[in-house]
Design a protein around this ligand. Structure first.
Ligand SMILES: NC(=O)C1=CN([C@@H]2O[C@H](COP(=O)(O)OP(=O)(O)OC[C@H]3O[C@@H](n4cnc5c(N)ncnc54)[C@H](OP(=O)(O)O)[C@@H]3O)[C@@H](O)[C@H]2O)C=CC1
Ligand SMILES: CC(=O)[C@@H](O)[C@H](O)COP(=O)(O)O
Ligand SMILES: [Mn+2]
Length: 387
């Protein structure tokens, strides 16, 4: 029986994780849940999974949650960033699922690793903000970081039984998002409602906007570079609108190994939770006759400059990926509240990156400080646009 703590349990990934856990009660037990503000959802999860500890965003929400739950639910409720840290590191979990959204997931993920607990990682912003520090901490404590992100799970599956030195390149697939066929002129006036309509995946709002700008793929290039220890030059992006091939690994003998499947996050989630086992999931099988065609095209960096910015940040190295990520989080939040246009997102990130002189990344404190600086810079640019 594997004991799990889930950070971000009320989100899209968190709910899928709990759906897998519900299907395999003899394999997993939930010992801790961390969420933000969605109390009705969290209360239902507590009733169903009976964790010993849960965390919510504030003390006030903790009081509200305790009123929602009956005394039959023998759960301790904690709050705020310290609460999340306690769920990550203080529940004696065997595996922590890191599925909060944004760089806010970094510290609790590191807390789990420092406690010697393995991580099933969905939160890509953790590795973009401080990848080398996280990987070094995991190496030191000899704990696994198992990817949940579908592309990285595909690569992780495609490298099993192979030698790292035999990899020539990684090919990440991208759906192209809802605006794949739009012209630059059309992109100038797209709305956040349109951007939230992903063609293949149902996900939280932030990653869905990232998919529309192709920043998601940019963050994933950095995530892949960190996880699989390969430079930008050996990572390619192939736009594949069907999202059936989840990524590919090219080897030195020219063989290319891919992982395919229906676009359902329960597949990579169950692989990460049960690794090295596979679980018999109750999902519709992949039907390639029905899919009919698998197509590929190169990404257009003119129309989708976020992907270029991410490659630039990875090549610049040091703390530049943290700057890229933080500026993007602020710009996406502003786009989602209607304060800026779709094309302003890459403009703002570019401005913040240009104002930053890259430094080697040496400590968590530095990563958090540069993250804060980039957030403030992006915020000021957004404010100045409105004046
Ligand atoms: N969705 C997907 O299919 C995929 C997601 N990912 C990555 O996984 C991560 C999660 O994505 P997704 O599930 O879509 O996001 P969602 O927005 O759906 O969920 C985010 C979760 O994080 C919680 N949360 C947010 N801020 C805080 C905070 N300050 N303290 C505690 N909890 C917080 C939310 O709580 P609440 O709602 O209660 O406020 C919610 O449970 C992202 O990094 C994303 O890039 C990667 C691959 C696929
Ligand atoms: C499901 C998943 O892993 C997402 O990151 C997905 O890849 C988003 O789709 P895009 O390929 O459109 O970014
Ligand atoms: Mn992905």
């Amino acid at each position: 029986m594997k004991k799990l703590a889930v950070l971000g349990s009320t989100g899209s990934i968190g709910r899928n994780v709990l759906d897998v856990v519900r299907q395999f009660p003899d394999k997993f037990r939930i010992v801790g849940l961390a969420a933000g503000r969605n109390l009705p959802q969290l209360a239902e999860q507590v009733r169903l999974f009976q964790p010993a500890l849960v965390s919510v965003a504030s003390r006030e929400l903790a009081r509200e949650l305790s009123l929602l739950l009956s005394s039959a639910n023998n759960v301790r409720i904690v709050a705020g960033p310290e609460g999340v840290q306690e769920v990550a590191a203080g529940t004696q979990a065997d595996l922590v699922v890191s599925a909060m959204v944004g760089a806010v997931g970094l510290e609790p993920t590191l807390a789990a690793i420092s406690q010697g607990i393995g991580v099933a990682l969905a939160n890509k912003e953790t590795l973009v903000t401080a990848g080398p520090l996280v990987m070094e901490a995991a190496r030191r404590r000899q704990v696994p970081i198992i990817p949940i992100d579908s592309e990285h799970s595909a690569i992780f599956q495609a490298i099993q039984g192979n030698q790292p030195q035999d990899i020539r390149r990684l090919w990440l697939t991208a759906s192209g998002g809802p605006f794949r066929c739009k012209t630059k002129e059309e992109l100038a006036s797209v709305t956040f409602e349109e951007a939230l309509r992903h063609p293949n995946w149902s996900m939280g709002p932030k990653i869905t906007i990232d998919s529309a700008t192709l920043m998601n793929k940019g963050l994933e290039v950095i995530e892949a570079s960190v996880l699989f220890h390969l430079p930008a030059e050996r990572i390619e992006v192939h736009v594949h609108p069907q999202s059936i091939i989840h990524s590919l690994v090219e080897y030195i003998d020219g063989s290319v190994i891919a992982q395919l499947g229906i676009p359902d996050m329960r597949v990579p989630i169950s692989y990460a939770l049960a690794y090295p086992e596979r679980l018999p999931l109750d999902l519709p099988p992949l039907d390639l006759f029905q899919v009919g065609q698998l197509s590929f095209e190169p990404p257009d960096l003119e129309r989708f400059p976020c992907l270029r910015l991410a490659f630039d940040a990875l090549k610049a190295g040091g703390d530049m990926p943290a700057v890229l990520n933080a500026a993007n989080e602020i710009a996406v939040a502003a786009f989602l509240r209607g304060a800026i246009s779709f094309l302003d997102i890459p403009r703002i990130i570019f401005q913040v990156m240009t104002a930053h002189a890259v430094q080697p990344l040496t400590s968590l404190g530095q990563a958090l400080a540069v993250d804060q600086w980039a957030r403030q810079s992006a915020g000021q640019i957004i404010l100045s646009k409105r004046e």
